[in-house]
Design a protein around this ligand. Structure first.
Ligand SMILES: Cc1cc2nc3c(=O)[nH]c(=O)nc-3n(C[C@H](O)[C@H](O)[C@H](O)COP(=O)(O)O)c2cc1C
Length: 229
């Protein structure tokens, strides 16, 4: 048993260094490996332990191609909005449609450009009937429901890392959910939470750029003094 001041090195390293991977070698990842990754990820927490996730392992080339075509305009829009210096698709003072950027509409995207070749494509959906949406009646868009599915998505990425695989969670497809739903046979009352890409990394970045604790932590209240432990 480790002392709480001496975290387990392997777990700590995994938490601190699992970066996104968007370029993969052509080495395949078999169904057994995908199943074992999901078998680890299923231990993720969820509200009331209702485990609302559903996963489609998308091997079919034409479905992948259709997904890529549907997601492409979302990427283009993301690039254009980023070029305006705004958080793309923010619900807080979103950029007016009249504000246009000069960003080109065909910026390469490793995932979408190679969607048929990526070793593993997982569509992750959430059964809304199994989610207690605690903030559903507030006068702002809901947020808490995602917490019952995104830890699962993150566990998929950690479980992949444990097998020397890499990957990335994306949410492009959610923006075009109505178009993508029939391609994937998304059941009624389910939301598309993420599309996760996995494979053997071409290269792995383990030195991640993140804000320091003092940048986001205060004492007692969010307007309290810096948490300067
Ligand atoms: C909820 C969520 C949505 C994301 N959506 C996308 C996406 O649509 N496309 C993409 O390429 N990466 C996506 N990412 C990956 C982030 O861009 C990545 O985690 C972040 O830039 C940090 O990069 P790093 O992990 O390589 O340090 C998403 C990550 C999360 C957690």
């Amino acid at each position: 048993m480790s002392d709480s001041n001496e975290p387990r090195a392997d777990l700590r390293d995994a938490i601190r260094s699992t970066g996104s991977v968007r370029s993969f070698t052509n080495r395949p990842v078999d169904d057994e490996t995908v199943a074992s990754i999901l078998d680890d990820a299923r231990f993720a927490p969820s509200g009331g332990n209702r485990q609302p996730w559903r996963v489609a392992v998308v091997r079919d080339e034409s479905i992948r191609r259709d997904l890529g075509v549907a997601m492409r305009p979302v990427w283009d829009e993301y690039v254009r909005q980023s070029a305006l210096g705004r958080t793309p698709f923010t619900v807080v003072e979103p950029a007016p449609d009249s504000l246009t950027s000069t960003a080109p509409g065909n910026v390469p995207n490793d995932l979408l450009d190679h969607i048929t070749e990526i070793p593993v494509v997982l569509a992750v959906a959430a059964d809304l009937s199994r989610i207690a949406m605690m903030d559903k009646d507030l006068d702002r868009p809901t947020l808490t429901g995602g917490a019952s599915v995104y830890p699962f998505c993150w566990s998929i990425l950690l479980a992949a890392r444990a097998r020397d695989l890499g990957g990335v969670m994306t949410t492009f497809a959610s923006r075009v959910e109505p178009a993508v739903a029939p391609m994937l046979g998304l059941p009624a009352n389910h939301a598309l939470a993420a599309t996760i890409f996995l494979g053997h990394p071409v290269k792995r970045t383990t030195k991640l750029t993140r804000n320091p604790v003092r940048a986001f932590t205060t004492r007692d209240r969010f307007d309290g003094p810096e948490f300067d432990a």
